[in-house]
Design a protein around this ligand. Structure first.
Ligand code: HEC
Length: 217
């Protein structure tokens, strides 16, 4: 409201200068711009956060899978494990536009202990686990955290089996002893084996400050 009065006042001041004093087009444009008071609803902001979250996580997933495939082709599964240890978090974050936005994968049964969920994430991951166990489809979700200043976007990661089972499947039948050995060497506290197709593997967790979303609108 204050803003509207202010710009209205400025406008009246500008036209009250009289016909002789011409006001430049730039000044008029500026005034018009200020008068467009942007009123964004919560729903619009949430919707934009959802769209952005979907696209950032899909892109990160695509990049991770193609890098993993390349590493497997180049040096087999053992080499790919070392490659993932070295590069997984960098590849995940590579398309995130600012450091204020945090993108990662988290899991209860994790390989990298840094991928343990925090308390906000654990609540949602619990709900995703419940749904997965009861055959309910998991949809991407957005919660407000940190007093509503940050959006937590999450998306379930279901285990597809196939190539993933070579490193996350049954340690007796699906993971070779060489691969198991290098997992144990690089991740002594590994918990990320024994997954079957259709299990919940973990989830994407994306934290975006609300102001970053508003900037896009
Ligand atoms: C070559 C072995 C290998 C293959 C194949 C593989 N992963 Fe992983 N995965 C790893 C390693 C190593 C890590 C830990 C990366 C790190 O240090 O951040 C990991 C981490 C993860 C994480 C993060 C949570 C955690 O446990 O730390 C998820 C989720 C995941 N993998 C899912 C998958 C899925 C889905 C596939 C199939 C598309 C797959 N992985 C294929 C080796 C593999």
């Amino acid at each position: 409201m204050n803003n509207t009065y202010l710009t209205l006042g400025l406008f009246l001041f500008l036209i009250s200068c009289g016909p002789r004093e011409r006001v430049s087009k730039e000044v008029f444009d500026e005034v018009n711009k200020t008068m467009e008071v942007k009123r964004l609803s919560d729903a619009e902001i949430l919707q934009e956060a959802m769209i952005w979250g979907d696209s950032l996580t899909s892109e990160a997933q695509k990049n991770l899978i193609s890098s993993l495939q390349k590493a497997i082709e180049e040096g087999g599964f053992e080499h790919a494990i070392a490659f993932c240890k070295e590069n997984a978090s960098t590849i995940t974050a590579s398309k995130v536009p600012t450091e204020e936005i945090q993108l990662k994968r988290v899991a209860f049964k994790n390989r990298n202990p840094q991928n343990v969920p925090d308390s906000d994430e654990a609540l949602i991951l619990d709900a995703y686990s419940y749904n997965a166990e009861n055959g309910i489809e998991n949809k991407p979700n957005i919660q407000k955290v940190e007093n509503g200043e940050v959006f937590l976007y999450t998306k379930a990661i279901m285990f597809p089996g196939g190539v993933c089972s070579n490193c996350h499947g049954d340690p007796n039948t699906e993971i070779s002893s060489e691969v198991l050995k290098s997992i144990k060497e690089l991740y002594p506290a590994d918990q990320a084996t024994g997954f079957q197709q259709g299990d919940l593997r973990g989830m994407w967790s994306l934290k975006i400050p609300k102001k970053e979303v508003v900037k896009r609108l």
